[in-house]
Design a protein around this ligand. Structure first.
Ligand SMILES: NC(=O)c1ccc[n+]([C@@H]2O[C@H](COP(=O)([O-])OP(=O)(O)OC[C@H]3O[C@@H](n4cnc5c(N)ncnc54)[C@H](O)[C@@H]3O)[C@@H](O)[C@H]2O)c1
Length: 454
């Protein structure tokens, strides 16, 4: 099939590369010229494991352009995968979605095209995008848009850091549409994934248990709400274990054993039960805010989701509280952050806890040094006003530091030469914000180990 993808960020590029790898003819369109130039040169503009391999493998079927007119008219399916960043009052900012919908409408061909919302969009956006596309088509062509297009919702569940795995081997595919004809087009598009009939690439093997992928075929509003409900549930699972962790710390219980003890219950499951300094990233914060805002619009108070957000906010403050309790004075102290990205295996810094923590420490007069294996260049570019010294190695961060904080659970941080780091510090204090390190090992290396929770 002929496919266009609007927006070549994490979601758009992954979707485009996967569909092209499966044999569809894909054109990725982005408004950002420098991004398109980078992609045309075979490079990926962000850090994502195996993405460059996938783009290279798919290149015969994959094209990049800034020009809607060279992509949309011949497309059977057009995915909208532009950003929907947080806007005012918790609702997402839909200006990119609106611009994309208008440009699609202006350029649609006369055969039937399915326009798919893959961006995470508020409930009712399917209808709104439909109206924008129709108006733009009718204004550009001077005739009715009847039968020319239909809108579908196909929310994305990939995780940055394992986007290729999640897209080729998803837990489920959700298709929301109001007419069977529309769902059938997307069913045909996704068939190789649903039936797992393609040969997996050597760098991303098929999980052993995987045979077929469940399809949830539903109406537009349900598909839109599935995405928010899933993200909110994951966010509150993390906040729940963090709240239990805070209780465990007070009563002297071990949160790692508690997480194991409850996670082995099949009804609960072990994932997203790692206590620490909470979630960050481009999705959980904005999607929980949007769910609260949508619920309020309809007179429903989303109390559990609100509480999960508040627990997450407070968790970041606990870093500063714990450092204050240990060091008493933060003015003039040097604090080293290990990790800047919001999670390992990505360079994405959107709503990363590191930003909040650095800001709070600087406000209190501390000096902040930091290291991240992949996110430092982006950190400097996106946060020129944040006075954080980026260091080439964790050892450089440790030199003359009064305390180190593990902010991102990069696996390599678990394997550091801790004795050497401790000897370079002014005082060997480590605050493990991710339950990454072995307390006994760090204590043997001469550190005062502080857990979050402790
Ligand atoms: N990042 C994730 O892990 C993830 C996972 C699931 C869902 N989502 C959702 O998917 C959507 C995209 O997220 P992302 O992280 O890929 O965003 P992103 O910011 O990485 O990429 C968005 C891209 O859209 C481009 N763009 C903006 N306006 C455009 C226009 N009018 N025409 C063409 N291109 C345009 C931007 O230049 C940018 O390259 C969001 O709604 C997000 O909530 C993201």
């Amino acid at each position: 099939m002929n496919v266009s993808i609007i927006g070549t960020g994490y979601v758009g590029l992954t979707t485009g590369a996967c569909l092209a790898f499966l044999g569809h003819k894909v054109t990725c369109v982005d408004a950002d010229e420098s991004k398109i130039k980078t992609l045309q040169a075979g490079k990926v503009p962000f850090h994502e494991p195996h993405m460059e391999d996938l783009v290279a493998d798919a290149r015969a079927n994959l094209r990049f352009t800034t020009d809607y007119a060279s992509a949309i008219p011949q497309s059977d399916v057009v995915f909208i995968a532009v950003g929907t960043p947080p806007g005012a009052n918790g609702s997402p900012d839909l200006r990119y979605l609106e611009a994309a919908a208008r440009s699609i409408g202006e350029n649609l061909g006369d055969h039937f095209t399915v326009v798919v919302n893959k961006s995470t969009v508020p409930i009712g956006s399917g209808n709104w995008v439909g109206a924008l596309v129709r108006d733009a088509y009718e204004a550009a062509k001077g005739r009715k848009a009847n039968g020319v297009f239909a809108v579908a919702s196909n929310p994305e569940f990939l995780r940055e850091g394992s986007a290729v795995l999640d897209s080729l081997f998803p837990d489920r595919v959700v298709i929301g549409a109001d007419e069977p004809r529309t769902s059938e087009v997307l069913y045909t598009l996704y068939r190789p994934i649903l039936e797992q009939t393609f040969q997996a690439p050597p760098y991303q093997r098929r999980p052993e248990s995987m045979t077929a992928v469940p399809l949830i075929s539903t109406d537009l509003a349900s598909a839109e709400l599935i995405k928010y409900a899933a993200n909110a549930f994951l966010a509150l699972k993390i906040s729940y274990i963090n709240e239990i962790g805070n209780v465990a710390e007070k009563v002297g219980a071990d949160i790692r054993q508690i997480a194991r003890g409850i996670g082995l219950d099949g009804r609960i499951g072990p994932r997203f039960l790692q206590a620490g300094l909470g979630w960050g990233g481009s999705c959980f914060g904005k999607d929980t805010a949007a769910l609260v805002a949508t619920a309020a619009e309809y007179g429903v108070e989303a109390q559990i989701v609100k509480a999960a957000r508040e627990v997450n906010r407070l968790q970041r403050e606990r870093v500063v509280e714990k450092l204050l309790a240990e060091l008493k004075i933060l003015k003039g102290r040097t604090i080293g952050l290990l990790g800047l990205a919001f999670k390992p295996h990505t360079d994405d810094l959107r709503e990363a806890p590191s930003l909040d923590i650095a800001r709070k420490l600087i406000e209190r007069g501390a000096r902040v040094k930091a290291h991240d294996p992949v996110a430092m260049e982006r950190f400097r570019r996106e946060n020129p006003d944040l006075a954080v010294t980026c260091c080439a190695s964790p050892l450089e961060v440790a030199v003359d530091a009064d305390a180190l904080v593990v902010v991102t659970e990069w696996p390599e941080y678990a394997e550091l030469h801790w004795e050497q780091l401790g000897q370079s510090m002014r005082s060997s204090i480590i605050l493990d914000g991710r339950q990454l390190l072995d307390r006994d090992r760090l204590t043997r290396a001469g550190f005062k180990y502080i857990g979050l929770p402790g």
